[in-house]
Design a protein around this ligand. Structure first.
Ligand code: NAD
Ligand code: UGA
Length: 459
């Protein structure tokens, strides 16, 4: 039998790690990841990968050149493949109908048209990107109406549930793999073929198959539920600050209820990342489109609560620093949207930094994985902006600062990793710490002489 060939369109945070894992686990499958971004493809061929994920480089190195390939030859990759994953970005639309809410499907449509145009043999086309319900129908129509006679396509939905920072373990031990397909004999066959790839390392009872619309909707729903938990605990954090309760204690207490569970109850400066907000807004748009305004309104609140949490954090800094941060140096620790990633998309740090800059603060920003250029770009400032400097380490950022704001929960900011006593010596007095991730011991810092605040504690 010929070697099975997989092509993945999109070498980003999902396409790269997922294909690295498939190729590592299935040495007999040839996997080609294609992208129109030549610089990114070039980087995937070096040891300085465009995506930072613990364990990713080792996985890539195992398979690269053996059965894992990166290429800008998108058409060739498509033509040669039996299974094509569409793993391109689906950002929120910024123009026209649905702007600010609907998913922009132009990249996905481009892929579908190209697949239709260049395919010379039957293909299984897999939606890996997160898409609105019923996108598979549009993809199928494009494929069927513009492909050469005799070439047949099956469209499957196989959403990705990995989280950044833990992508490689999530891929190695997924809670589930979800595959949605057309309810027909051919649909079942295609689902079986894709499932057989995952079965090489995922236990069969973790591979769920559904109809295609359920699969598409499950992905949006999973993200909406996860984000909702964060907004719920963040809403309670505001009440904790007003009443003297402690949000971590509340989270711990409710998390012990097995029906609630302990995960995703960490109060913070609000969720960031490229997907939660985008996917909820997409869900909201879909509900409005299908005439369900009450449902749309319900989910929209999750995003509004997140914005509120970000604003509250800035307000607390301002209030505590005697109502002004003008010309004050503030150390920003962490810029990525969570630890163990170099991704800054929709990071709460961006919103917080921009608000502080508007208040004329001077920011000294340190993140172990995010480069200066990326920070300047996200903040929309030039490299010579006098208000923003990039520090090489947390101590340099804090030197002479009035306050430290911890915006990402990197391990190196924890009490055991840093000499907080000498940090205190190097700062302006009173020296403030605003812990947006609740990772440091507020009471111990106060004993040292810091003015320390965390999220969801009133004292
Ligand atoms: P990304 O921006 O990191 O990568 C997308 C890549 O697709 C880019 O490199 C872009 O150049 C490429 N691309 C776009 N159009 C192309 C085309 N026509 N031909 C070739 N290449 C093209 O995006 P991502 O974070 O990997 O997300 C991809 C999808 O997966 C999104 O729908 C997202 O919602 C979903 N998702 C993301 C995550 C995550 O953790 N980032 C997790 C689960 C699902
Ligand atoms: C999230 C989901 O967890 C994945 O299952 C999903 O595949 C992915 O979105 C996606 O579709 O893109 P990700 O955004 O990478 O993954 O990371 P999360 O761990 O979910 O964190 C998202 C944000 O929520 C981060 O800013 C994080 O700091 C914040 N968060 C998370 C909290 O504030 N509190 C928590 O308890 C958990």
């Amino acid at each position: 039998m010929d070697m099975l060939k997989i092509c993945c369109i999109g070498a980003g945070y999902v396409g790269g790690p997922t294909m690295a894992k498939i190729s590592q686990k299935c040495p007999d499958i040839r996997v080609t990841v294609v992208d129109m971004n030549a610089a990114k493809i070039e980087q995937w061929m070096t040891d300085d990968l465009p995506v930072y994920e613990p364990g990713l480089l080792e996985c890539v190195k195992e398979a690269r050149g053996r059965n894992l390939f990166f290429s800008t030859e998108v058409e060739q990759g498509i033509r040669e493949a039996d299974i094509i994953f569409i793993s391109v970005n689906t950002p929120t639309k910024t123009y026209g109908v649905g702007a600010g809410k609907a998913a922009d499907l132009k990249y996905v449509e481009r892929c579908a048209r190209m697949i239709a145009e260049v395919s010379e043999s039957d293909k299984i086309v897999v939606e890996k990107s997160t898409l609105p319900v019923r996108t598979a129908q549009s993809i199928k129509r494009i494929l069927d109406s513009s492909s050469p006679d005799g070439v047949r396509f099956q469209v499957l939905s196989n959403p990705e549930f990995l989280a950044e920072g833990t992508a490689m373990t999530d891929l190695e031990h997924p809670d589930r793999v979800l595959i949605g397909g057309e309810t027909s004999a051919e649909g079942d066959k295609a689902v079986g073929r894709l499932a057989s790839v995952y079965r090489r390392w995922v236990p069969a009872d973790r591979i769920i198959t559904t109809n295609i619309w359920s699969s598409e909707l499950s992905k949006l729903t999973a993200n909406a539920f996860l984000a909702q938990r964060i907004s719920s605990i963040n809403a309670i954090s505001a009440l904790c600050e007003a009443t003297g309760a402690n949000v971590d204690e509340v989270a711990h207490a409710i998390g012990r209820d097995s029906r609630i569970g302990p995960k995703f109850l960490k109060s913070s400066i609000g969720f960031g990342g490229s997907c939660f907000q985008k996917d909820i807004l997409n869900l909201v748009y879909l509900c409005e489109h299908f005439g369900l305004p009450e449902v749309a309104h319900y989910w929209e609140q999750v995003v509004q609560m997140n914005d509120y949490q970000r604003r509250r954090f800035v307000t607390r800094i301002l209030d505590t620093l005697f109502n002004t941060v003008s010309d004050k140096k503030i150390a920003i620790w962490g810029f990525a949207f969570k630890k163990d990633t170099n991704d800054t998309r929709e990071s709460s740090a961006i919103y917080i930094c921009k608000s502080l800059l508007e208040e004329q603060a001077h920011l000294s920003i340190y993140d172990p994985r995010v480069g200066a250029e990326q920070i300047y770009r996200e903040l929309g400032v030039d490299a010579d902006c006098a208000q923003v400097t990039i520090a090489k380490n947390p101590c340099e950022a804090a030197r002479d600062a009035h306050a430290i704001a911890i915006l990402t929960e990197w391990d190196e900011f924890k009490m055991e990793s840093l000499d907080y006593a000498s940090l205190l010596d190097s700062m302006q007095k009173p020296a403030f710490i605003f812990d947006g991730r609740n990772i440091v011991d507020r009471k111990a810092l106060r004993q040292m002489g810091f003015e320390a605040y965390s999220v969801g504690t009133g004292d």
